[in-house]
Design a protein around this ligand. Structure first.
Ligand SMILES: [Zn+2]
Length: 416
């Protein structure tokens, strides 16, 4: 990567970097050059060694030590070099594929220095009258914003990596939308994704991806969006377009209830059957006709009459959650199997159909086949941006949305 760097100060860059252009990098370039020129000032002014540069790449199974051996360095010298590097990088982490520049004194045919290019820094070791000295130089970079867009034809992983997202970014995306989207069932062929993220572009041509700034998925044609926001306290999180935290799966309750008449319990005396039976649900006592809403975004998987449940609605949510709402007096007319419901959408009305002694909602939550205690479920805290944060958020959101939908690439900020 770094060629003829410290000696000639010719522009050392790789192809990608050259494309980026010097104008963009000029301020950083000056700093970069200085990094290399200044240590040189201290070197012997009389007879500068005539250095030759040799590029080496560690092969399979090779270590820094074995490369140094290749250059006929004696054991104490090799040891001294490895020791000098150790404060900056663990020598055991220098593995096959790592590039090294060796600086050889052409007259004496001895190694005078070497440098290792890391992703965002260069570690340089040189021979001085005081022994081997190592230093680390950060590589200047600019922060750019990159956008990747694509259409789903198979699954997010295949289509995302095909469009240029990394597997780590796809995991981030899945994590981001985990409460809003079930990536196994909600995604349809032809749905689209657009992801804007930070990219750090180093002067040596290396690129490193940073956090996702904004993302948009269309799910069955409906857009789901996430915007990153760092609050004044420096804490970052993702929000929807209205500044509501995405990390909120379910409402705390599916209705305005009077009281909980029966909790999740493994042994409850059944009011009708007079036997001890598990009650793996929550009963919310409420007036006949009280509207009941879906606790989260999901798809109706059952609606109709089912034995003791009476009139019931079952909704499947992301991540294998299923919610059952039973004993309705009436199921909302718009609710039918396969319908997508949003969080808070009315799905039915409290009643006492099936086995019930009075009007209440029998609410079961399953994860997979397992009935779980909804009241004990750790639902991530609801978080809405407060007004003063919302102002900041709104200012950035429009720009990010435009990015998702418009320009492919925009250099937003130069760093260092
Ligand atoms: Zn019940």
């Amino acid at each position: 990567m770094l060629e003829k760097l410290c000696l000639s100060l010719e522009w050392p860059c790789s192809r990608g970097c050259a494309i980026m252009g010097l104008v963009l990098f000029f301020p950083a370039l000056v700093g970069y050059a200085r990094l290399w020129v200044e240590p040189m000032k201290n070197e012997a002014p009389v007879r500068r060694p005539l250095l030759r540069q040799v590029e080496v790449t560690l092969g399979r199974g090779e270590t820094l030590q074995s490369v140094l051996n290749r250059f006929s360095l004696d054991a104490p010298t090799a040891h001294a070099i490895v020791s000098a590097i150790r404060p900056f990088i663990d020598p055991r982490r220098i593995r096959s594929g790592q590039g090294l520049q060796m600086f050889i004194d052409s007259r004496e045919n001895t190694v005078k220095g070497l440098e290792l290019s890391l992703r965002n820094a260069v570690v340089r070791v040189r021979s001085t009258p005081e022994g081997w000295l190592a230093e680390r130089g950060e590589i200047p970079f600019v922060t750019a914003t990159q956008v990747v867009r694509g259409t789903l034809s198979r699954n997010l992983y295949r289509d995302g990596t095909g469009a240029g997202l990394t597997p780590a970014q796809i995991l981030d995306l899945a994590d981001l939308f985990q409460y809003n989207v079930d990536f196994f069932s909600d995604i349809r062929r032809g749905d689209t994704f657009s992801v804007a993220f930070e990219e750090f572009r180093y002067l040596n041509g290396e690129r490193q991806r940073g956090r996702i700034l904004a993302a948009e998925l269309t799910v069955g044609g409906d857009p789901v969006r996430a915007f990153h926001h760092t609050d004044r306290a420096g804490e970052g999180a993702y929000f929807d377009a209205d500044g509501r935290s995405l990390r909120r799966a379910f409402l705390r309750a599916p209705l305005n209830y009077r009281r909980i008449s029966s909790y999740f319990s493994l042994n409850r005396a059944h009011p009708i059957f007079r036997t001890v039976r598990p009650h793996l649900a929550i009963d919310y006592a409420a007036a006949h006709g009280t509207p009941v809403v879906s606790i989260g975004r999901g798809t109706v998987s059952f609606t109709g009459w089912r034995d003791g449940y009476g009139h019931m609605v079952e909704i499947s949510h992301a991540n294998g959650y299923n919610a059952r709402y039973a004993h309705f007096s009436r199921i909302a007319s718009a609710v039918h199997k396969g319908k997508r419901v949003t969080q808070g959408e009315v799905i039915g009305y409290v009643g006492q159909s099936g086995h019930a002694t009075g009007p209440h909602l029998h609410f079961e939550l399953l994860r997979g086949q397992q009935k779980i205690n909804f009241l004990a479920l750790r639902i991530p805290p609801e978080r809405n941006l407060p007004a003063e944060e919302l102002e900041l958020f709104d200012a950035v959101r429009g720009e990010r949305l435009a990015l998702l939908q418009g320009e492919n690439l925009q250099v937003s900020q130069a760093t260092r």
